[in-house]
Design a protein around this ligand. Structure first.
Ligand SMILES: *[C@@H]1O[C@H](CO)[C@@H](O)[C@H](O)[C@H]1NC(C)=O
Ligand SMILES: *[C@@H]1O[C@H](CO)[C@@H](O)[C@H](O)[C@H]1NC(C)=O
Ligand SMILES: *[C@@H]1O[C@H](CO)[C@@H](O)[C@H](O)[C@H]1NC(C)=O
Ligand SMILES: *[C@@H]1O[C@H](CO)[C@@H](O)[C@H](O)[C@H]1NC(C)=O
Ligand SMILES: *[C@@H]1O[C@H](CO)[C@@H](O)[C@H](O)[C@H]1NC(C)=O
Ligand SMILES: *[C@@H]1O[C@H](CO)[C@@H](O)[C@H](O)[C@H]1NC(C)=O
Ligand SMILES: *[C@@H]1O[C@H](CO)[C@@H](O)[C@H](O)[C@H]1NC(C)=O
Length: 245
């Protein structure tokens, strides 16, 4: 397998546009910065809040509700791996000062190059046995997801890419521009490095990405291990010829 994204197992690029209440207003001057190790806990909290309502997450993390602490610990470990890896970087939007979180939204980017050979599976990483996850499903899903990513992203948009593995905003802070700001930042980096900026979106997020200048390259469908369910995704890339940022 030429490239793979083990992050796909626990954090898939998405913008959760589910109905939310009690939204809080972020400062109009959103503070974007690189994440540090101290943010890992809150990034995991943001991801779980944003993604756990989605069906693919419930399918993979079949036992998350039985072992919520283990779930948080494993997601956090994935974030720490992303913070440590030389080919990925993590950016955050700070939460308002009166929040009990430091982070309102986060994005994890992978800078591919020809020698990038993917991440290890999170369940084999030290310190996490993934009791929250159905490993049979996860392996099957990773295999199918990687094959689709290879075919419709890497073979089309080049071995050098800036790939958005994850974009999540805490439900309390959605729809205030945090996701767009994180995305804008990636587009700037892609432009500077002259690489395509790519992602694989949840259906709920398509409109958001189109609004931000991405076009749909392919719709893919990943079937469940028992073939009784399927998960649709939209493979997207930023359109650099549409007139810039
Ligand atoms: C953030 O990280 C990128 C590399 O991932 C680096 O180029 C940039 O200088 C960092 N920004 C700050 C403010 O540290
Ligand atoms: C943080 O605040 C939210 C309400 O905004 C609350 O639901 C949550 O339990 C709080 N978390 C902690 C760790 O205090
Ligand atoms: C390609 O990425 C790997 C890490 O995945 C890094 O070690 C290597 O230096 C990169 N090569 C180039 C030419 O950027
Ligand atoms: C794990 O997933 C597989 C495939 O969906 C399923 O057949 C199996 O029953 C699941 N394991 C448990 C313990 O539920
Ligand atoms: C971006 O992707 C297009 C295919 O849509 C490809 O022709 C082009 O070479 C890629 N750009 C770079 C900088 O790799
Ligand atoms: C993928 O599906 C969306 C509708 O959800 C559609 O707007 C888009 O054009 C499709 N993409 C392709 C490449 O057909
Ligand atoms: C990119 O944008 C240009 C200008 O708006 C448009 O002509 C072109 O069809 C777009 N490309 C894709 C692949 O959507």
């Amino acid at each position: 397998m030429k490239t793979s994204s083990a992050y796909a197992l626990f954090i898939l690029c998405s913008y959760c546009s589910l109905a939310v209440c009690q939204q809080q207003i972020l400062s109009p001057h959103l503070t974007l910065r690189n994440a540090t190790l101290e943010d890992a806990d809150d990034i995991a909290t943001v991801m779980i809040a944003a993604f756990s309502p989605l069906r693919f997450w419930q399918y993979l993390y079949q036992f998350q509700e039985e072992v919520p602490h283990e779930h948080h610990r494993c997601v956090r470990l994935g974030v720490v791996q992303a913070l440590d890896a030389p080919f990925s970087h993590v950016e955050v939007i700070e939460a308002p000062a009166d929040s009990n979180l430091t982070v309102a939204a986060a994005a994890i980017w992978i800078q591919h190059n020809a020698s990038y050979d993917g991440m290890r599976m999170p369940h084999v990483s030290t310190g996490c046995r993934h009791k929250d996850m159905n490993v049979t499903r996860a392996l099957d899903y990773k295999h199918k997801f990687d094959a689709a990513k290879n075919k419709y992203l890497d073979e089309v948009f080049g071995s050098e890419q800036l790939y958005l593995t994850l974009l999540g905003t805490h439900p309390d802070y959605q729809l205030h521009g945090a996701g767009s700001r994180l995305l804008e930042r990636g587009i700037e980096v892609g432009k500077t490095n002259n690489v395509n900026v790519t992602l694989i979106a949840q259906p709920t997020a398509e409109g958001f990405y189109v609004h931000n200048g991405f076009f749909s390259a392919k719709n893919i469908s990943i079937t469940s291990a028992d073939e009784d369910e399927s998960f649709r995704y939209n493979v997207m890339a930023y359109n650099f010829t549409s007139g810039g940022l």
